[in-house]
Design a protein around this ligand. Structure first.
Ligand code: HPA
Length: 264
């Protein structure tokens, strides 16, 4: 059983794992460095999304290489963490959210494994963008640990690296967004195309632009994330412990059911 954690801002600590070693994986999209370790008989991979030390900005992350490396390693399940701003008054800084939907406002990112170059046209179903099985495990783990977690939330993904304008945030609110971040798309899309179970626990680090009167800083996001790290680590490890081979979700079937032979 191989499980991966993709850590967002502030979640860079591979000491969460035992017998840690660093691996370099070659993929068609480039090289990926990650940590590998063991936890209760499971192989666990830890991939810091922004590189070690937050060196890659959200719009330059090599999402295809990251997901491709995990696929090559035989990973079946990916749980990611993501720092977000909140546009929903019920989701306050410090709150955790088991994300269930996304709205994509990214531009110009390589966001698919099916870019048509091999003559294949593939449309992957995204009616359930985040794995319902992993989301259930996240919510159960939080409950067992006495940590509150919102049952669902719609993640608006922006291109970044700038934060949003208050007008953009108002638009996202009208559209039904709850939280805003810069990294979940195309990560969730690629994991879906690769047939992996993928879920995100979002950590609300700040009120989105225009909701609070103070200026937004990256330091505020990092500091707030650090306050939640302990709970997040406990939740992640409980999920890793609970994941089973036999999962009642459709994630594995997602990619190949939808290839289009002829297109007009
Ligand atoms: N906007 C976009 N990304 C973020 C935010 C935000 O307010 N907070 C943390 N990541």
């Amino acid at each position: 059983m191989k499980v991966a954690i993709i850590g967002g801002t502030g979640v860079y600590d591979p000491s969460m794992l035992k017998e840690v070693q660093t691996l370099t994986v070659e993929t068609p999209y480039g090289q990926v460095e990650l940590s590998a370790g063991a936890y209760l008989g499971r192989d666990v991979y830890f991939l810091p999304r922004h590189g070690s030390g937050h060196s890659v900005p959200p719009h330059k992350i090599n999402y295809r290489a990251n997901i491709s490396a995990l696929k090559e390693l035989g990973v079946c399940c990916v749980v990611s963490t993501s720092a977000v701003g909140s546009l929903n008054k019920d989701m306050k800084p410090g709150d955790l959210v088991a994300v269930d939907q996304f709205i994509d406002f990214t531009k110009g990112r390589a966001s698919t494994f099916y870019d048509g170059e091999d003559g294949k046209v593939v449309h992957t179903d995204f009616s359930e963008p985040y794995c319902p099985y992993l989301r259930k495990l996240l919510l159960e783990a939080a409950k067992n640990l006495g940590v509150s977690m919102h049952q669902k939330g719609c993640y608006v993904c922006t291109e970044g690296p700038r934060f949003e304008t208050p007008a953009e945030i108002r638009m996202f609110q009208y559209m039904g967004g709850d939280i805003v971040g810069m990294t979940n798309v195309p990560e969730v899309v690629l994991a879906g195309e690769a047939g992996m179970c993928y879920a995100t626990v979002a950590v609300v680090t700040n009120w989105a632009a225009g909701i609070s009167s103070t200026r937004l800083t990256h330091q505020e996001v990092v500091d707030s994330m650090n306050d939640s790290l302990d709970s997040i680590r406990k939740i992640l490890f409980q999920v890793i412990e609970s994941v089973e081979e036999d999962r009642d979700c459709n994630c594995r079937r997602a990619p190949d059911a939808v290839e289009v032979q002829e297109h007009d």
